[in-house]
Design a protein around this ligand. Structure first.
Ligand code: CAO
Length: 464
């Protein structure tokens, strides 16, 4: 005997006029209880509407894009698990309630025994009352059971993840927690591609990928930053982050999470160095270049890296070996209108001050025009971030992993220094070195910065 049932949208809490973004069944499909039929998408969440019955889809009455609310008719279904007018339930009665719509209360208590009169008043879960009787195939349990009372959907359960069922299934199969995956679909919905990218990056880098995961929530066990509607407090403007900001953001986030880093602060007396730099100004002008402190810092850094090779190194992927580099390619952080980029000056050890100054001019210009090629930003063994042209007395640069150390330079200032029993004005350059503490000890870091200070205080040493 064919029994045709209406399948309607159950109680979905406060959600009304919610758009359908996916339909998982078509007319003629055989569906099981709890099998997702359609996916709805509100502003912040997606939710599946599962089938309350086992049966065959007869008429599909909705299409993608339709807006529906509680009680809207989704489809007509011919019930299959019907024996003599009785609809058989899945083996465990608790499963009657669709999993995606589990009420916040525990499972419905099973009565010990129900009389035949129950037949006329039971209803399938989450839809209007009908004359259908739900039975249980477990012989230890009563044959006729009332349905659980209609429960409103616990909408907190559907706030996340923002993904369709196919994507969720894929994530489940791969063991991916969808809350960690940044969605690139409409309204931030997680797509299959996002899950694949996530898995790829976890596999290759052993980290939660920053590019796809600006972890607004809970990734790697990190407590989520609450999402706040700031417009409640005043006027706001939402501006998309530039591509460079997203990439550099992902990169510093990855380093921040992966590298236990410490920053060692120091300073150098660059009075003589500055005099020398000024002496070079005329010659530099003839060459149409400007020799800033940075060219000296590049040379001095190479001297310090040669003295302390562990700073010019990377941990291998298994974190068991230190790969010490015999080349000196130095990254230089450049501030551009679109964000931070780090072009690399290769073989600094073989280049003179004028060459370095010229190259710095070219790459910073290219960086600001967004014309750097990817290869021009690869291969650094150590990085310098100089904010000296702007200001500040000190900062903690983030190690540019997998490098193990980075030099941060602040603005030099004339300061009174006690020398030969008197206070004399000296030009003092504050700087800092952040380092990966797995590779470099604090004592080594202090030796490194002291050596750098020594070299900068007496650049003749660079010739040795
Ligand atoms: N102390 C005092 N003055 C300094 C100085 C220092 N440490 N470093 C540079 N200056 C001076 C320069 O001599 C120059 O002076 P004049 O204008 O009188 O000639 C002026 O400051 C501007 O220098 P500059 O910044 O143009 O040149 P630079 O070679 O020092 O730096 C570059 C080049 C590309 C590194 C820099 O422009 C830049 O982008 N810095 C920002 C890097 C950054 O954002 N780092 C943070 C990353 S971590 O979040």
């Amino acid at each position: 005997m064919a029994i045709i049932k209406d399948v309607k949208v159950p109680d979905i809490g406060d959600f009304k006029n919610v758009g359908i973004i996916e339909i998982m069944v078509k007319s003629g499909d055989q569906v099981k209880v709890d099998q997702p039929l359609i996916t709805l998408e509100s502003d912040k969440a997606t939710m599946d509407i599962p089938s309350p019955y086992a049966g065959v889809v007869k008429d599909l009455l909705v299409k993608v894009g339709d807006k529906i609310s509680e009680g809207s008719l989704i489809l007509m279904m011919e019930l299959t698990d019907v024996v003599g007018g009785v609809v058989t339930a899945p083996p465990e009665t608790e499963q009657i309630q669709p999993t995606a719509l589990k009420p916040s209360t525990p499972s419905y208590p099973l009565p010990e025994r129900e009389s035949e009169s129950v037949r006329s008043r039971v209803s399938p879960p989450l839809v209007e009352n009908t004359n259908i009787v739900v039975t249980n195939t477990d012989p230890r349990r009563p044959r006729f059971l009332p349905s659980p009372p209609v429960q409103p959907m616990d909408t907190s359960l559907i706030q996340k993840p923002h993904a369709g069922p196919a994507v969720r299934q894929m994530a489940r199969e791969l063991g991916v927690e969808l809350t960690r995956v940044k969605g690139s679909g409409p309204k931030g919905r997680v797509l299959k591609e996002d899950v694949k990218t996530f898995v790829k990056q976890v596999m290759t880098e052993g980290t939660v990928p920053g590019v796809v995961v600006p972890l607004t929530g809970g990734g790697m066990g990190i407590p989520p930053v609450p999402e706040i509607d700031f417009s409640k407090f005043g006027e706001i403007e939402t501006r998309p982050l530039s591509r460079i900001k997203k990439l550099s953001g992902a990169s510093v986030y990855r380093s921040w999470l992966n590298v236990p880093q410490v920053t060692q602060f120091d300073e150098a007396d660059i009075t003589e160095l500055e005099d020398f730099r000024k002496d070079l100004a005329e010659e530099a002008k003839k060459r149409n270049i400007k020799v800033t402190m940075l060219a000296f810092l590049l040379k001095a850094s190479v001297a310090a890296l040669k003295q302390f090779p562990d700073f010019n190194a990377s941990l291998d992927a298994r974190k068991e070996n230190l790969i010490v580099k015999k080349y000196y390619h130095l990254g230089v952080a450049v501030d551009t209108p679109n964000g931070l980029v780090v072009p690399v000056i290769r073989e600094v050890n073989f280049k003179g001050l004028f060459d370095l100054a010229a190259e710095l001019g070219v790459i910073s210009q290219k960086a600001r025009e967004g014309k750097l090629s990817p290869t021009e930003m690869q291969g650094a063994s150590f990085t310098i971030s100089s904010l000296g042209g702007i200001g500040g007395t000190g900062f903690t640069p983030i190690v540019n992993a997998p490098e193990v150390a980075i030099l941060g330079v602040s603005r030099s200032q004339l300061q009174p220094v006690y020398q030969n029993n008197q206070l004399v004005p000296r030009l003092i350059l504050p700087f800092s070195v952040s380092y990966d503490h797995r590779v470099i000890d604090g004592a080594a870091a202090a030796r490194f910065t002291s050596y750098l200070s020594f070299i900068l205080s007496d650049v003749r040493r660079l010739l040795l």
